[in-house]
Design a protein around this ligand. Sequence first.
Ligand SMILES: *Cc1c(COP(=O)(O)O)cnc(C)c1O
Length: 410
Amino acid sequence: MSHGNDYAPETLAVHAGVDAHEFHPAVPPIYQTSTFGFATAEEGAALFAGKGQGYIYSRMGNPTVQAVEKAVAALEGGYAALACGSGMAAVHTALGTLLKQGDHVVCSEAVYGPTCTLVGSIMSEFGIESTMVDTGDIAAVRAAMRPNTKVVYIETPCNPTLVIADIEAISKLAHEMGALVVVDNTFMGPILQRPFRFGADVIVHSLTKSLNGHADVVGGMVVVRDQEMYAKMRRMLNHFGGVLPPMESFLVHRGIKTLPLRVRAQCENAQIIAEHFEHHPQVEWLCFPGLKSHPQYELAQRQMDGPGAIISFCLKGGIEAGRRMMNAVKLCMLAVSLGGVETLIQHPASMTHASMGAKARCQAHIEDGLVRLSVGIENVKDIIADLEQALEAAASKAKKAEHTVEPAVG
Ligand SMILES: *Cc1c(COP(=O)(O)O)cnc(C)c1O
């Protein structure tokens, strides 16, 4: 099936990219090959000249990789997609193509950590300037724009603050000022958020998260709207070389078939969990786009087709309470990553954002008691019971500590 974009997402997830093969297998074969033979010198020459149907070498194109590219392009309503070896390779492919020395990029301040390092520090070594702003605040985005701003890079919702950026308003602003908009759509995925509908120019994904969904692949994808952009991105990817291998492509394509089902189950579970713990005595505050208490609830309703599976909440008792809760969970897995079938829990202040230091964390609104939960598809009662007992363990030890005189250290 080609880019049959008239089909609903559930249909595309099952069928997109599954092209006709000689024996009509339900699942296309894995082309586990690095290179492809040419029938004649003339055929080889034609393929190298970009003419004719066929493949040359798997860094430049492979049928199994192309199948998953078609699937993601169809789900996002894009022209084409480029499978990359990781989400970061996708971010690099997109930004490396769109930015050159002397350019400026405006970027969400609470962006994925390695993206922050890539944009703020690695790209600056190549003469590309950047400004990190709260992209939940359109006035702040406007104020950050410069004559040489070529890209506005947004992640929405942001991690782990769940600040939402208005893709439509930012795209309008960026386009008026001659800049392109790149959206990291990893958190929502193409089922819950379709950035092209709101004017975005390029979408990047970490396939590692919900698209693959089974925690067994690291991969990424860039999705573009037209042939011209596709050719530029493909040139970068071919020469930078961060491509996705055939086996990984096959696994991601397999995962995508159940993406709509998984995402719906995760959203349902997350909504129930968020409502259950919002007013829990051990919880200082809880942030989830599906709750009316989320400061941008209206925008979430307008832009997203579901609340997602990520819940952030702040424990009473700060960093120690966070550590105690992490050590008390039994079902929820203490791990980074997100969007998969298993519920994962992590504590940014002692894990993903520990290297930032307390002051920078405070500026980025990442409090010491903040816990991030990526809700899976287990039975919601089991997840709630595990979180309840972990909160209780954290609280009871906290109470004990109040009555114990800590021995002096050092
Ligand atoms: C995980 C993640 C990435 C990076 O993806 P990798 O596959 O780990 O390279 C980028 N953006 C977001 C929002 C992510 O969650």
